[in-house]
Design a protein around this ligand. Structure first.
Ligand code: ROI
Length: 164
């Protein structure tokens, strides 16, 4: 069985566009998986603690035969390869890969929260998700396009990267 998963990418240290490009290459190499969608890239003002650089955010869609836990572990490996440091909660990071959605599943365990807890509130997640799938509906039945975040471009700016 193949499942659709959506992955949020974010970075705000080093060269974020380059890091996201490398992460997307790594997603293409995931076992038993295919990259089937990629949003625009966005420069986005930091949510959370002020005084950190702007982020670059994007969302990727894959079709995968991996289960959600195996996929999460693979995403963490990619983060680690790209030098993610985890000193400060909600602090700056070189690469953050979030498993936003996995199939139409709701998974709430200590290690895995899908859909991502903050998904609905973050325009830097909702708007790129809509780039890939304008008709997307969450497992709880919410149409993504109906969320306030879908219409809130505050702090968000589409950027041209040549990555596709
Ligand atoms: N803010 C933005 N704009 N983009 C992110 O990816 C992001 N990630 C985070 C916090 C610190 C919540 N803020 C963010 O983890």
């Amino acid at each position: 069985m193949m499942f659709t998963a959506h992955i949020g990418l974010g970075a705000n240290l080093g060269d974020p566009v380059r890091t996201l490009g490398a992460a997307i290459q790594a997603l293409r190499q995931l076992p038993d998986s295919q990259l089937t969608g990629l949003s625009h890239f966005y420069r986005s003002a930091p949510v959370g603690p002020a005084g950190q650089p702007d982020y670059v955010n994007a969302v990727a869609r894959i079709e995968t035969g991996m289960n959600a836990h195996a996929l999460l572990a693979a995403l963490q490996d990619i983060e680690n390869l790209h030098g993610r440091t985890r000193e400060v909660r909600w602090g700056a990071r070189t690469l953050d890969l979030d498993l936003l959605l996995y199939a139409n599943d709701e998974i709430r365990t200590s290690s895995l929260n899908v859909p991502h807890i903050e998904l609905k509130n973050r325009n830097f997640v909702v708007i790129p998700l809509l780039d890939i799938n304008p008709d997307l509906t969450l497992p709880d039945g919410t149409r993504l396009a109906d969320l306030p975040a879908a219409h809130d471009i505050n702090g968000l700016q589409q950027i041209a990267t040549g990555i596709s």
